[in-house]
Design a protein around this ligand. Structure first.
Ligand code: HEM
Ligand SMILES: *[C@@H]1O[C@H](CO)[C@@H](O)[C@H](O)[C@H]1NC(C)=O
Ligand SMILES: *[C@@H]1O[C@H](CO)[C@@H](O)[C@H](O)[C@H]1NC(C)=O
Ligand SMILES: *[C@@H]1O[C@H](CO)[C@@H](O)[C@H](O)[C@H]1NC(C)=O
Length: 512
């Protein structure tokens, strides 16, 4: 509903503004091409708007098509901003891994600064020593805390305890509701959202919420809206003029961010008051402890305490919408392809049996299920681009010159649908990841691009895979899910930072 409204306001805004501010935009248009340098090729920009209207709504598809014509490194103009688009597995690897530092920046986009207000590790720090340290601290906090001893169960670590508990609760709730609705089925999203959000909430803030808690639902909703507004391709990023005009959508976004931040701030303040270094309750405590431990003259003095403690916001924000979306897609594929679901069930019955629930330790023994998750990542490619990057120095890639401070989009969707890598990219076929003897083939799984690569790679990658594994296997362990009569299952999606499937209902019945 908001999305439509935003779309309407921004599109009508475009038409209006194009006339009124033509001159201004002209003045703000991208940099000049220097003679003698080989800039990347690309479609001819129109005056004022650049290539914005040539790329349409499904940006990942049109940029994938442009690659056929212009190659792995091409350049576009989005409003006033020059964007270099990278495709192709080896080109992207060359850029993000071998020349990693040169591509490790984040552009100074308006939406980024609106979200992060200068303290975010993910969005708003200049690449450099301080940032590297900040990412290390986040990684440590996440690792230390998720591997901590569980409180009251036989799980191998706290992360496992949290994930398994939430997954079991979700299954119970699904079962109960499924029995009530019968053949008409139910939309699983609401239950998924609360369960997955609760995992990250207990890890970050040590508390979980009831499935109908008002405050919690508000925060979850806001986070989704912010992420939706915040895809690569936001007009305010490309037409500076949008930042200064009264725009209802932008105002809403800034409002949302304000409410989100005050929820976080409140939690952080509570933690500061009740902090006890002998009892680290969650990631927030772990971060506070790191601040207390450090000496003034140490290298960590580069970061303020507030920056460190605010890392929890990065982890919270990144850690649930991505996983919920992955689970939504997984359920859709499971009911679309019942024979694939049957193979996963077989593996669950062989490896887990009926006397216990699935655990982390089962994952390496269940290659087909892992292959299924990889195939969901690949086929849906629901993060078609990484978060935008930015060059930190003048750099040459594939023979093309890219100046410092150029915004760079990484087309993950293209890699996941590259004919040369996959042969039949449009087919949904988990077997493509298995060797003849039925093991996972690392040579193939590493070609799936969904977490980015190199210095800016996602921090939560193994966390996310474990969580998706446990949620899916726990669900299938207890419940049979299928399509409802007459429902057409559509695998298309709408563009965004994370792309959601169209809503669908599932019919649930208990197994055995
Ligand atoms: C299936 C789930 C997930 C997917 C598909 C995903 C994907 C991504 C992608 C594409 C990026 C951007 C990489 C780049 O800019 O090149 C990213 C960054 C990040 N992710 Fe994830 N992510 C997932 C789950 C998580 C979880 C669970 C956490 C935390 C617990 C997390 C934390 C982060 C952080 C902190 C960054 C910023 C890294 C940086 O800027 O250097 N992610 N993720
Ligand atoms: C953003 O940061 C500035 C200081 O850098 C601070 O005064 C302001 O309150 C912050 N705004 C929000 C919404 O956190
Ligand atoms: C980067 O390239 C530009 C030309 O586009 C040049 O003016 C500038 O001096 C170069 N900067 C560095 C640090 O080499
Ligand atoms: C993976 O690639 C390596 C090096 O190219 C090769 O030696 C190995 O046999 C491959 N493994 C599989 C399972 O195909």
């Amino acid at each position: 509903m908001y999305l439509e409204e935003i779309y309407r306001t921004t599109t009508s805004g475009v038409t209006l503004l194009l006339c009124a501010f033509a001159l201004l935009l002209l003045a703000l248009r991208g940099r000049q091409r220097g003679p003698g340098c080989s800039f990347p090729p690309g479609p001819r920009p129109w005056p004022l708007v650049g290539n914005l209207f040539q790329i349409g709504e499904q940006i990942h598809l049109s940029l994938t098509n442009l690659r056929v014509q212009y190659g792995d490194v091409f350049q576009m103009q989005m409003g006033s901003l020059v964007v270099v688009v990278l495709s192709g597995y080896s080109t992207i690897k060359e850029a993000l891994v071998r020349q990693g530092e040169a591509f490790a920046g984040r552009p100074d986009l308006f939406t980024f600064s609106a979200v992060a207000n200068g303290t975010s590790m993910t969005f708003s720090e200049k690449y450099g020593e301080a940032w590297v340290l900040h990412k290390k601290i986040c990684r440590n906090a996440l690792r230390t805390f998720s591997q901590a001893e569980p409180r009251d169960s036989s799980a191998s670590c706290l992360l496992e305890e949290r994930i398994c508990t939430e997954a079991m609760e979700m299954v119970e709730a699904l079962k109960e509701q499924g029995e009530k609705v019968g053949d008409s089925g139910l939309d699983p999203v609401k239950l998924l959202v609360t369960s997955v959000a609760n995992v990250v909430c207990t890890l970050c803030f040590g508390k979980r919420y009831a499935h109908n808690d008002k405050e919690f639902l508000t925060i979850v909703h806001i986070n989704n809206e912010v992420l939706r507004l915040f895809a690569a391709g936001n007009l305010a990023d490309f037409f500076p003029i949008f930042r200064y005009l009264p725009s209802p959508s932008l105002r809403k976004m800034v409002q949302y961010i304000g409410r989100m931040n005050s929820f976080m701030e409140r939690n952080i303040r509570e933690h500061l008051v009740t902090f006890d270094r002998n009892c680290i309750r969650d990631i927030t405590d772990a971060l506070i402890a790191m601040c207390e431990d450090r000496q003034e003259d140490e290298e960590t003095a580069m970061l303020s305490n507030s920056q460190i403690v605010h890392s929890v916001i990065d982890i919270f924000g990144a850690g649930f919408d991505t996983i919920i979306t992955g689970l939504q897609w997984s359920l859709l594929y499971l009911i679309k392809f019942p024979d694939i679901q049957a193979k996963i069930l077989q593996e669950i019955d062989n490896q887990v049996g009926m006397n216990r629930f699935p655990q982390f330790k089962d994952k390496p023994n269940m290659p087909y299920t892992e292959a299924f998750i990889f195939e969901v990542f690949r086929h849906a490619s629901y993060m078609p681009f990484t978060i935008p990057h930015c060059t930190t120095e003048n750099i040459t890639l594939n023979g093309y010159f890219i100046p410092k401070d150029t915004c760079v989009f990484i087309n993950q969707y293209q890699v996941n649908h590259d004919m040369d890598i996959w042969g039949d990219p449009e087919a949904f076929r988990p077997e493509r990841f298995l060797t003849l003897s039925g093991h996972l083939n690392k040579n193939v799984t590493e070609k799936v691009m969904i977490f980015g690569m190199g210095i800016r790679r996602c921090l939560g990658d193994s966390f996310a895979r474990l969580e998706m594994f446990v949620f899916l296997t726990t669900l299938l362990h207890r419940l049979h899910i299928e399509n409802i009569p007459g429902q057409e299952l559509d695998l298309s999606s709408t563009f965004g930072l994370t792309m959601k499937p169209r809503p669908f209902r599932i019919k649930i019945s208990p197994r055995n």
